[in-house]
Design a protein around this ligand. Sequence first.
Ligand code: DHB
Ligand code: FE
Length: 279
Amino acid sequence: MATLIGGICTSHIPAIGNAIARGLEDEPYWRPFFAGYPPVRKWLAETKPDVAVVIYNDHGLNFFLDNLPTFAIGAAPQYPNADEGWGLPTLAPYPGDPRLSWHIIESLVNDEFDVATCQEMRVDHAFTVPQALLWPGGARPVRTVPIAVNTVQHPLPSPARCYKLGQALGRAIASYPEDARVVAIATGGLSHQLDGERAGFINKQFDLMCLDKIVEDPQALTQYSIHDLVRLAGTQGVELIMWLVLRGAMTARVHQLHRHYHIPVSNTAAGLLLLENAA
Ligand code: DHB
Ligand code: FE
């Protein structure tokens, strides 16, 4: 039986990947951000998940405006990275878990989520930066199942829809007959806007409320529309929807094991949560 042992929500800012590649973690600018991660690495070292289901948003590397699925799931033996133009080193491919991928796909489609299936898929910084943060030194200790959510071309899936996808994902993982310890990782957020008149916009009050609600009352966040999120959290702050997918996959009550919030990293409010299912 597969078990969802926990969930990690983290930002995925490319500059973090550059700081790691250049060994800047202890510089004054970076230290307060990286200080959030050792407890999560320790938890991963202790709990030793076999597989990571990574809920992230592709930023134009694998999907572009000509072909943009709302929800896409990788079912490949491995997932290569490629240059996106951020100056990040191109990283070695990440191992997949096609059997678990196909089980999740079957279960989601039976559950009325008609996802796109990808037997080839390149993963961008939103997938690779959190892996580098959580498993330093290029380690590849987990198999991965990437789930990409459209945040590039409107209409985007609503927070409510993403939460329901997460609930279906939770059912899919729970019904996998093989033994596997699964960690869910959601990447993106918190508030940020990279372009336009409000470039640099951050909303600390809203972010802190979202951190509370993700833990205690995720339903409250499903009341927002995508346009509410754009207004309150910035155009790229809509990445909060990945966190709602993750939260939907977990039990109604969860234990928060760790939380971190630091502003800014580049243009973004960096948030981190480590959650365990409550029995
Ligand atoms: C930044 C944040 C993101 O979420 C992203 O995908 C790219 C850049 C930033 O703050 O620089
Ligand atoms: Fe992003």
